[in-house]
Design a binder for this molecule. Structure first.
Ligand code: RP5
Length: 168
């Protein structure tokens, strides 16, 4: 049963939002991914948000660009955490999306990640699930160690070969 719902306002958001799906796959977390526009198909959106708890979702990751109401409206209906991903836009660079998602009224939070920060949305969803899943928690700890090892290797290479050789 899918524990995370990934939803986005358009298929044009998919190249970004697929990064959240890749992270969930890495951690072995079942998810459902779909496109639902809160503006263009509000009836379908309301059905999705209202049935999400019953379907077994524990977290929703919602991505949208521009006048990005999808994450906030999902949070208004779904009683568990909603993570918002502001999508980069041509007109305003995604600041429009960011402000639309992050400036929620008191009482209806959306955990907002960076513009196009879908990978972090996936990691945050995993961390939320890990609060009641010790196996997943160990995987997250190992992932953190992997990241550290990657940076340590780069640091050591830079110190060994110098910046000119490193940049080649
Ligand atoms: C938003 O409008 C979507 O989330 C997308 O980021 C943006 C543009 O959608 P399209 O015109 O590409 O379908 O609702």
């Amino acid at each position: 049963m899918a524990k995370v719902g990934i939803v986005m306002g358009s298929d044009s958001d998919l190249p970004v939002m697929s990064k959240a799906a890749e992270i969930l796959e890495k951690f072995g977390i079942d998810y459902e991914i779909t496109v639902i526009s809160a503006h263009r198909m509000p009836d379908i959106f309301f059905d999705y948000a209202k049935s999400a708890e019953e379907k077994g979702f524990k977290v929703i990751i919602a991505g949208a660009g521009g006048a990005a109401h999808l994450p906030g409206m999902a949070a208004a209906i779904f009683p568990m955490p909603v993570i918002g991903v502001p999508i980069h836009t041509k007109a305003l660079g995604g600041v429009d999306s960011l402000y639309s998602i992050v400036q929620m009224p008191s009482g209806i939070p959306v955990a907002t990640v960076a513009i196009d920060g879908a990978a972090n949305a996936g990691i945050l969803a995993a961390k939320i699930l890990a609060t009641s899943d010790s196996v997943l928690l160990e995987k997250l700890k190992a992932y953190k160690e992997e990241q550290k090892a990657g940076v340590v290797a780069k640091k050591e290479k830079l110190e060994r070969v110098g910046f000119r050789e490193y940049n080649k």
